[in-house]
Design a binder for this molecule. Structure first.
Ligand code: PLP
Length: 406
């Protein structure tokens, strides 16, 4: 059965709107990363990009590690069968409760425990206190925030005032303060993630070189023999017509020698590439039905049953500097573009617009519209409770076309 037929079947049987995630495509991305980097990197999946329970279960055993960004995600990961030692816990605003959870799940089990990624000295001090009170020692990584992010990243978290990580400018004093807590915190490595959604391979290469230099500086300052160095990947994906996919072969060709040189200096260190959208973004779609159409002042508008309550990102209101249409298709009518339309959601607000001037084969009530590149930052990053519509469905489709609900 073709994928479109499968989507039409799900719509007919279970209703719309829904997300569908094609697990084959996720598997292919994991394979690509393993192949091009030749095993130099372990793969860590950033849960926040798509925390679907069944997806986390499916990923267990397929990628190596998980990055969680909240106590809730930590718990989801454990519930999905991931052992604590495969988890790293990032986030600049971890609460006392979350740190306590990390101490109880991660602390005291030596190498078999996960890591808290420290984002500040203050957090380190609070975690140390909680670890001491529990009579435990917690494994930690320190997140470093470089002074510079190469141009080409769609979204940046370094090189400017930022909530994330230890600024390179304060490296020495901050690391000294963290090392002084070693009775309670076991420093096992470093982490950097300073930008994402980059489609320029050489900018990503340059970014990794910045990371390597900063990691080596931090290692020299602390005397840490790192077990782990995490590279926040920055790998971008194709959201819009006309975007060129990232050429990952160029990245690998350029950076693999640098990784080999790093390995030579640090033979016992695991290098980790951490990514969310690259693995799941293009593997997922949102399917929405056109509830009715309206011809309004020269424009034909399709009013859909999914809006920013289900897919905020498609509206351009999440992580996009300039609003551009996601790739969309009408799977109820074959054929070339017959017109250019606006697609709105069902919500009573003018910002609930999924597309403007989108070319489709037609636009009629009842048609099914498929929105591409919706596997990351979809339902989870939307305004789900706004205007009290039912939650969006979510389906996972495996290689045999078998569908399971999340
Ligand atoms: C969000 C996040 C990621 C994943 O980012 P993508 O753009 O989805 O690849 C990786 N690492 C950390 C620490 C994050 O917060």
């Amino acid at each position: 059965m073709s994928r479109d037929q499968l989507l039409r079947d799900i719509a007919a049987r279970h209703g719309t709107p829904f997300y569908a995630h094609f697990l084959d495509d996720v598997a292919a991305r994991i394979d690509t990363l393993r192949t091009v980097f030749g095993g130099r990197f372990a793969i860590s999946y950033a849960v926040k990009s798509n925390p679907a329970r069944e997806l986390l279960r499916w990923l267990n055993g397929r990628c190596d590690l998980l990055d969680v960004s909240s106590g809730g995600e930590l718990q989801h990961a454990l519930d999905a069968g991931w052992p604590a030692h495969t988890l790293s816990f990032t986030g600049p605003g971890k609460t006392r409760k979350e740190l306590e959870l990390a101490v109880s799940r991660f602390g005291g089990a030596g190498d078999e425990s996960g890591e808290v990624v420290l984002e500040s000295v203050d957090e380190a001090q609070q975690l140390a206190q909680l670890a001491r009170a529990a009579g435990k020692r917690v494994r930690v990584l320190v997140r470093l925030s470089p002074t510079r992010v190469p141009p080409g990243f769609g979204d940046t978290m370094a090189g400017k005032p930022t909530a994330f990580g230890i600024d390179e400018e304060d490296l020495e004093a901050s690391l000294r303060a963290i090392v002084s807590l070693q009775d309670a915190l076991h420093l096992v490595g470093f982490h950097a993630y300073s930008g994402t959604q980059c489609l320029k391979p050489m900018a990503i290469v340059e970014n990794y070189r910045i990371f390597i230099e900063l990691f080596l500086k931090a290692i020299a300052l602390t005397g840490c023999k790192p077990e782990k160095l995490i590279f926040g990947s920055g790998l971008g994906i194709v959201y819009h017509e006309g975007q060129e996919p990232l050429d990952i072969d160029i990245i690998a060709r350029e950076i693999n020698p640098d990784l080999d040189a790093l390995k030579q200096k640090l033979p016992d260190t695991q290098l980790v590439i951490e990514t969310g959208r690259y693995l799941v973004g293009e593997a997922g779609v949102l399917v929405t039905r056109v509830l009715r159409t309206k011809d309004s002042r020269g424009s034909r508008i399709g009013i859909c049953d999914a809006g920013i309550n289900h897919h905020l990102a498609a509206s351009g209101l999440f992580g996009m500097a300039i609003r551009r249409n996601y790739k969309m298709r009408n799977i109820s009518a074959d054929g070339p573009a017959a017109g250019s339309y606006q697609l709105s959601g069902p919500l009573c607000t003018s910002i609930d617009v999924l597309a403007r001037g989108i070319a489709l084969s037609r636009l009629e009530a009842g048609d099914l519209i498929v929105i591409g590149t919706s596997g990351a930052y979809g339902a989870t990053a939307s305004l789900g409770r706004f205007i009290s519509h039912p939650p969006v469905g979510e389906w996972l489709i495996d290689s045999d076309g078998v569908v399971s609900a999340n």
